[in-house]
Design a protein around this ligand. Structure first.
Ligand code: FMN
Length: 355
């Protein structure tokens, strides 16, 4: 609608209309911002800016419910509950009875997962190892005994990998041989690069970087995101050009990743922001991983703008519960292409001591 009006009206009329809207907003916003009910009223009747998010959250809740029965390669419920059990197993001191509130649900979900042919075997093995360990140490209660009896009726899978996916001691964790100077150098090496050599990026390299990025933390270990990857240079430029922040360099982008948040990971609205946090953390690791593989990248803003959202949803055939978090250009940096200095704030400014 807005773009149609823009085409029909002269630029001066558009700017006068904009300033009228701004003046009206200035007058009415203090009133509507005075409490949460009026704020919702404002966004219901005066602005449609949250409309898509509302629909996405509701579609996400529906898709979450559907995913409990139609298990695909991963189950968010199994991942979340297995992680809750892991935390119970490492508790200091460990409680005799724990996880009563969700153990029956977990065993039922595990049952559906072992019956599924498409579930990821590493995920299933992790859940199975944790459940076996849980039932071996947890105390007695009616709920736990029922769940245990049900678990014992299930035919457990045997996996090729012999090592157990179980909690381990801090001293046994992987030790990286990276000094803080080396890590700082990697952080400084990574800069937003917008000018690339015009050669394709190998999908295998991107896959390797994603494998590395998947080590990022995520709330309840759900990892509610996917990296939609385009290595066809024409298509990468085409999709990149939908975002406003690529003006002037979209044609130069050899590969593009759309970091996609999946709201079907949550049964309730309270977690709707977690896709942005988890997706952002993984994206940071992805950009650093690219650097170690000789690739450069640039994060690209994905503002919540209706027309852009509609275009990208059409190009990538997105369901409503999928929300682009950001875009990322990837490629071999042009050695003479320039990089903005982009001064960083010092720790003195960033650190706010709380006593
Ligand atoms: C969420 C996010 C969105 C960004 N969007 C854009 C963008 O649309 N276009 C662009 O050229 N750079 C974009 N950038 C890159 C920033 O301009 C850049 O990170 C910042 O200036 C710091 O520079 P550095 O990345 O080289 O350290 C974005 C960065 C982030 C983290």
């Amino acid at each position: 609608m807005k773009s149609v009006l823009r085409k029909l009206l002269s630029p001066s009329l558009v700017s006068s209309l904009k300033s009228v809207v701004e003046r009206v907003d200035k007058k009415i916003i203090p009133f509507f911002a005075s409490n949460s009910f009026l704020s919702s009223f404002y966004y219901c009747f005066f602005s449609t800016k949250f409309r898509r998010e509302h629909q996405s959250v509701l579609k996400g809740r529906l898709a979450y419910k559907a995913s409990l029965d139609a298990i695909n390669h991963s189950s968010v419920l199994l991942r979340r509950n297995t992680h809750r059990l892991e935390k119970g197993l490492i508790m200091q001191p460990r409680r005799e009875i724990f996880a009563e509130a969700y153990i029956e649900e977990t065993v039922e979900c595990f049952r559906k997962c072992i019956a599924s042919s498409s579930i990821c075997s590493d995920e299933l093995k992790w859940a199975q190892d944790v459940l076996v360990s849980y039932f071996a140490i947890v105390g007695d209660s009616d709920i736990i005994n029922n769940a245990k009896a049900r678990f014992e009726t299930l035919t457990l899978k045997s996996f090729e990998c012999a090592s157990e996916s179980l909690p381990y001691q801090h001293q046994a964790r992987v030790q990286a041989e990276v000094s803080s100077d080396q890590l700082l150098a990697l952080f400084q090496q990574r800069r937003s690069v917008r000018w690339y050599e015009q050669k394709p990026v190998e999908l295998e390299l991107i896959k390797q970087a994603i494998e590395m990025a998947s080590q990022a933390p995520s709330a309840c270990n759900r990892q509610p995101f996917q990296f939609y990857t385009i290595t066809d240079m024409n298509k990468a430029s085409d999709v990149a050009s939908i975002a406003m922040g690529t003006t002037g360099f979209s044609d130069n982008i050899p590969a593009l990743i759309v970091v996609m948040g999946d709201l079907s990971a949550y049964p309730a609205e309270r977690d709707r922001h977690v896709i942005y946090i988890d997706g952002g953390l993984a994206s940071m690791q992805l950009m650093l991983a690219f650097e170690t593989l000789g690739l450069s990248s640039c994060p690209i803003n994905w503002p919540d703008i209706e027309i852009c959202e509609r275009k990208i949803a059409k190009k990538l055939a997105l369901d409503k519960h999928l929300r682009p978090i950001m875009l990322m250009s990837v490629g071999y940096g042009q050695s003479t292409g320039k990089i903005p200095y982009s001064q960083k704030k010092s720790a003195e400014i960033l650190l706010k001591e709380v006593n």
